[in-house]
Design a protein around this ligand. Structure first.
Ligand code: T4K
Length: 370
């Protein structure tokens, strides 16, 4: 323990630290904003960011919006969904609040204990005559069983919206996982693998849907500024798009940094008794989080305490399981999700995490579990 205290980092280490480009790269791009005075309303930087980011993601169409939550709401609105949407309780509250905000009812399907994604074998028993869609989450960037979800949706005539908040850079069958389903909604929040401070986006192969997304994010106006439908304000600003553009040339380096750090954790922890890890079964993850699962909550709490006392702050993503949140009044009880949520901790993982800090984290966990 003495050794650990000696190495204790001066600055706190949080679960993540946003990637930031060189400040000069950012200000160079911002100069054009100062020249034109255009701050928002689908300006030239938003349009450039959409094109360049789509190319990096390997998707046909990408539309930016204010944040990942608004992206989910726009997806539900554009698909004109009214009724029950089957989703997972092992997620951030935004998945569920977007469903409720759009007047739909979330129905919780339990998760697979290994992948931590929606359990595809339990979806069909939850389908009723009110079910309109499935909203799975690629949890921590781990692709869902997209083939089976598509088979179920086609059989029951349901829409699929992927909450792909974590899945920038994840692939399935060698292509971006964001191209699956009717729509994928991503987050570009500061805590995500690629960020524009706040931000989000929508991906769909259907050009009609892309047009609807654009209308909805701009008060229901079409390209000619005619009011053609209901909409709201979901626009990304030029200031946020500039941050995305300044970071874009580092996109593939960010992905490979995460992979290296993830592998380092895995190498250090894989043989530790009493620990288990998320299984990547379908496709390839983007390595954006490193969750560890303990045998019980008491062990988790003692590891968390040991890390905290060394100025290290992992995060309990996702806790609690949303089927236990009283105000949501869930009718389903998801035991696997409840169990995992009480025992899972996401370790610090971000570009720039120093090797010594990572070794310290590994050693503290090993020591606590001894
Ligand atoms: N669907 C899913 C599955 C999601 O996980 C999320 C968001 C969404 C939808 C909705 O997307 P957005 O509408 O947010 O675009 C964070 C984020 O606020 C949230 O975006 C994210 N998921 C969720 C999983 O995590 P917190 O409460 O953990 O954030 P916070 O502020 O505690 O940040 C964690 C650590 O990161 C801090 O201890 C320090 C560091 N940090 C954070 C920020 C914001 C920085 O160093 N700089 C920063 O600017 O929620």
């Amino acid at each position: 323990m003495n050794l650990m205290k000696k190495q204790m980092p001066n600055k706190p280490i949080y679960v993540t630290r946003p990637f930031l480009p060189e400040l000069s790269e950012y200000t160079k791009i911002l100069e054009s904003v100062w020249d034109t005075g255009i701050l928002t309303h689908n300006g030239p930087l938003v349009q450039r960011f959409e094109k360049e980011f789509a190319r990096n993601l390997g998707v046909e169409n990408f539309i930016t919006v204010t944040n990942g939550t608004i992206a989910l709401q726009i997806a539900i609105k554009a698909l004109e969904l009214q009724g029950e949407i089957i989703t997972t309780p092992f997620t951030w509250i935004a998945t569920v609040s977007a469903i409720q905000w759009e007047g739909c009812t979330p129905v919780f399907c339990d998760i697979e204990a290994d992948t931590l994604n929606i359990d595809v074998t339990k979806i069909e028993e939850l389908i009723t005559d009110k079910t309109v869609a499935i909203m799975p989450v690629h949890v921590f960037g781990n692709p869902c069983n997209v083939d089976e979800i598509e088979r179920i949706a086609t059989k029951h005539n349901l829409k699929i919206i992927y909450d792909a908040a974590h899945a920038v850079g994840s692939t399935f069958d060698g292509q971006s996982v964001l191209e699956y389903g009717d729509v994928s909604a991503i987050s570009l929040h500061g805590t995500k693998i690629f960020n524009t401070a706040e931000g989000g986006g929508l991906i769909s192969k259907e050009s009609k849907l892309i047009e609807r997304f654009k209308e909805i994010r701009f008060f229901g106006h079409d390209d000619n500024k005619e009011i053609v439908s209901d909409g709201f304000n979901g626009k990304m600003t030029e200031i946020h798009a500039a941050l995305g553009l300044a970071s874009i040339k580092s996109y593939f380096d960010i992905l490979s940094d995460r992979k290296k750090l993830y592998e380092e954790y895995y190498k250090g922890l894989q043989n530790v008794d009493g620990l288990s890890f998320q299984k990547i079964k379908y496709g390839a993850t983007n390595f954006s989080y490193f969750p560890v699962i303990f045998e019980d909550e008491d062990v988790l709490l003692s590891v968390e305490k040991a890390l905290n006392s060394n100025n290290i702050f992992p995060r309990r993503y996702f806790y609690p399981s949303l089927d236990t949140v009283a105000y949501l009044q869930a009718k389903q009880k998801c035991n696997v999700s409840r169990s995992v949520a009480s025992r899972i901790l996401c370790l610090p993982l971000f570009s720039g995490l120093e090797r010594d800090s990572q070794l310290l984290i590994i050693n503290i966990i090993k020591d606590t579990l001894k």
